[in-house]
Write a protein that binds this ligand. Structure first.
Ligand code: PLP
Length: 223
């Protein structure tokens, strides 16, 4: 019998992913020690949901960790993560883009962002509609938000046992992503990230063509 250790769970998740798919290990509510243990196995991309929690953990952990912010971000919390965040996944309002751009400039750096698209049936989930995203990303983004780099799209499927629903939502998001990526625009020269898929819907995300998955419980165990 193999013990179900962190190393074992991590290896299983890695084996399920094609090499080109980026794995973000979702470490919300995990201790600094748990994160350090995964870091010691060679992992560098970690995802957090809460700005204050991330702000507290970041100085205690190695400086070469790439911190992804994957949760809903309030504009008044942007300042906590702007100095170091690697990629902000859930950008869901114009006000948040404005604030991220301002804080990027204040910190003398560019910030990479993904625009969140609302694909689920649930009202509770955040994001722009497809009808809003298309014109937004056809704009001259570099003129309006000079210190942001628009890297791609992010979405969360409906939380359901019905895998056909999840499949359809991911396929629609992947179509939208490819359609936007096929048309160049200033400010999104490197539009090559599609963040979709978590522990419960990893397979569907992979078959729909995800490029980045956000996995928590399948690596760290139940929260
Ligand atoms: C918590 C969370 C995840 C990871 O969920 P798991 O089910 O633990 O894999 C992924 N994405 C977002 C936005 C989350 O909030």
């Amino acid at each position: 019998m193999t013990a179900d250790t962190l190393a074992e769970r991590y290896r299983r998740v890695k084996e399920a992913l094609p090499p080109a798919v980026v794995l973000v290990a979702v470490s919300k509510k995990r201790s600094v020690e748990e994160i350090q243990a995964l870091y010691d196995l060679g992992h560098r991309d970690f995802g957090e949901n809460y700005p204050q929690e991330l702000r507290e953990k970041q100085p205690l952990l190695p400086k070469d960790i790439r911190w992804h912010f994957i949760g809903h971000l309030q504009t008044n919390k942007v300042k906590y993560i702007a100095p170091f965040v690697h990629l902000v996944h859930g950008v869901d309002s114009i006000g948040l883009l404005d604030e991220l751009d301002k804080r990027a400039r204040a910190n003398g750096r560019a910030i990479d962002v993904l625009v969140q698209v609302h694909i689920a049936k649930e009202e509770t989930k955040h994001g722009f509609s497809e009808a809003e995203v298309r014109p937004l990303l056809a704009e001259d983004l570099s003129a309006r938000w000079p210190d942001l780099r628009f890297r791609g799209l992010m979405g969360m499927a409906t939380n359901t046992e019905d895998s056909a629903i999840v499949q359809t939502e991911f396929a629609d998001l992947a179509d939208l992503y490819r359609s936007i990526a096929s048309q160049a625009a200033p400010g999104r020269e490197r539009f090559n990230v599609l963040s979709m898929g978590m522990s419960g819907d990893l397979e569907q995300a992979l078959s729909a063509g995800t490029t980045m998955v956000r996995v928590g419980t399948a690596i760290f165990g139940a929260r």
